[in-house]
Design a protein around this ligand. Sequence first.
Ligand code: NAD
Length: 388
Amino acid sequence: MAKKVVVLGAGYAGLVAALELNKLTTAQEVEIILVNKHEYHQLITQLHEPASGAKKDEDIMISINSILGNKKIKFVKDTVEAIDKEAKEVTLGHGKLSYDYLIVALGSDTEFFGIPGLKEYSFTMKSVNQANRIREHIETCFVRYKSEKKDNLLTFVVGGAGFSGIELVGELADKLPELAAKHGVPASAVKILNVEAAPMILPGFDEDLVKFAKESLEARGVKFVIGCPVVQVEPGKVHLKTGDVIETETMIWTGGVRGVQQVIDAGFETEPRGRAKVDEYMRAIGHEDVWIIGDSCFVLSPEGRPYPPTAQIATQMGENAAVNLYATMKHIKKEEFKPVLLGAIASLGRKHAIGKLGSKMKSTGWLAYRVKDASKYRYLAKIGALLK
Ligand code: NAD
């Protein structure tokens, strides 16, 4: 009888895992069920584009059914509520699913570090819906400014200057002057502030690339508040550790990510930020029938540093989990997870980017931007997606 494989989450890791497993197996061997809470796959690496209004939602949403076509993967649109690893059963919003093998790829949650008011009074950017809310709110701020003329309406604060924060301020720096013109508001009234706790933006990234990013963004009006943690947020106010208070109607938080609650609640072994520990074959520790991949897991590189939660690594984990699940079924040799790191590129708006390509090559400006764009199209080709 065919084994039942349930894949939770159709993000980069889960979708690729399901597609790879589909390629490796026959319908007699496996039944593959892919569960996702939306009926579309989201290119979450591009969320800053619809959030600023630079692109439309449809540009980063791909119907899961259109990707699956007539492949032997059954798609279930539902929310994963709980995993019972002993009973080998998943509870969804509308029922239960049993499994022989489980692949958990539920992504990550936002880390708020217990900062008072941050969760309640800031925007986050982890889905197309959230990006939409940001865009609509920004538009409303411009509309209100015309009658209310309050500076806080056009003061936009992004908390965190990691890759997500920097990519977002880059988009805002390019887009907000256009919005100002559209609403007949002077562009000089718009303030974009990026607040970062570490002594420099993009902590840990190469100094020369950081310098390029900072200068490019400052030239377009972004103000950095560096070495200055956000300590509290209340309606209309962002409090900094220095005692300074920023008056704003818009606080967007990109200060970090943590594992998802369903994985913690299921009792899988996790690290302090809630990401599951896995073995060299991407299986949950002590569970040879469960793979946990993408941002939901925690894997150390040979140098002892955790691999970053990127789409690039998530897709490779998806491939590896599929190969190892197949190897488990067939009792053949499994493959250790050894990612090929192609580098990291952060866009700085519509025209510029900074990036490391491979371990040594660096790129800045338009060329880096094109390389990042090309990597998106490579991914779309890989999943066989036809954008609407
Ligand atoms: P991150 O953890 O990389 O960055 C969060 C930033 O917020 C850090 O610089 C941190 O110092 C800062 N911060 C934390 N607490 C703060 C506070 N109280 N006040 C002010 N600043 C505070 O998070 P991210 O940017 O969402 O990225 C998550 C992961 O995803 C990273 O590994 C990143 O490399 C990856 N990513 C990659 C890309 C890309 O490759 N283009 C894009 C986005 C994210």
